[in-house]
Design a protein around this ligand. Sequence first.
Ligand SMILES: Nc1ncnc2c1ncn2[C@@H]1O[C@H](COP(=O)(O)OP(=O)(O)OP(=O)(O)O)[C@@H](O)[C@H]1O
Ligand SMILES: [Mg+2]
Length: 329
Amino acid sequence: MSDGIAIEVKKLVKKFGSLTAVNGISFNVREGEIFGFLGPNGAGKTTTISMITTILSPTSGSIKIYGTDVAHEKDAARQLIGIVFQEPSLDDELTGWENLDFHARLYGVKKDKNKIIASVIKLVGLEQAAKRQVKTYSGGMKRRLEIARGFIHKPKILFLDEPTLGLDPQTRRKIWDYIKEINKRDGTTIMLTTHYLEEADALCSRIAIIDNGKIIRSGTSEELKRSLGGDVVRIGVDKKKQLFGLVKRNKLIKKIKESNDGLEITATDGTKVIPIVAKIADSHKINISYATIKRPSLEDVFIRLTGKSIRDETPAVSARFRAMGGMRR
Ligand SMILES: Nc1ncnc2c1ncn2[C@@H]1O[C@H](COP(=O)(O)OP(=O)(O)OP(=O)(O)O)[C@@H](O)[C@H]1O
Ligand SMILES: [Mg+2]
């Protein structure tokens, strides 16, 4: 039934009045993988997650979770999933333990309830704080507790909407470790949204880049980066015309051009090109002053595909901002 596919989304659309927040997207998430939904503010990430987790009804399109049609079998679908919302949703007056206990009862976790709560608390490193009221927690501790809560009923799929939003780099890295651990320990499929490129890069086996309600590219991080054509190697050299002529036909070189002080070469693997070029230069007594490799980042991929940086404000915001007079004096 599940044929290795945990989530199957087909031609999914969500309209809010005249605004199309999700515009006909299709993708699969495989069993046991960490799948990343990467896109800027307002791209449609939360709306998509909300539809998959039965919180919002789609305008059109279909969603299956382990073969279960979400539109027709909401309850069955809900049994399979855990959610960590983008907006915090803990009870501040309760302790960490009590928050988890409440959730466990809600999901009908009876057998070994206390053992399970203790184990997820340990998983996110909150043993010392478990008996304290949540209002005494830091932002990162709250986030860890929310992740533990989403996981307490052992869902087959865990949805994390911006799991590290607004946290400092150190805490974010810790949370990445917990996410990896949950994925590894129980083979839990994880779908997460983020607008942090490094987060998608560090965690996700596959990534879909979403912008303006559409998936503009998907694949592994490596595939996405390779789609830009490869590494850019810059070589500083005194006799650049001569070296250009000597290396330009090399099979490893995809593109080559002269730069101000040398050559700029595009190649699938820059680390292989540098020693070859250096050897040829050496045998012709041509001096190389420097060699650098730049690997494309996911940011480069995003810029190439959309013409803007992922951290730019959304057009909607900037238009509104301009309409309000902005900051111009
Ligand atoms: N309930 C709603 N009513 C009207 N418009 C909505 C509603 N929910 C979302 N939108 C709009 O749909 C678009 C997509 O929003 P969504 O929350 O899915 O984006 P996102 O990718 O999660 O962004 P962020 O990174 O800021 O969380 C936005 O333009 C948003 O303003
Ligand atoms: Mg969101």
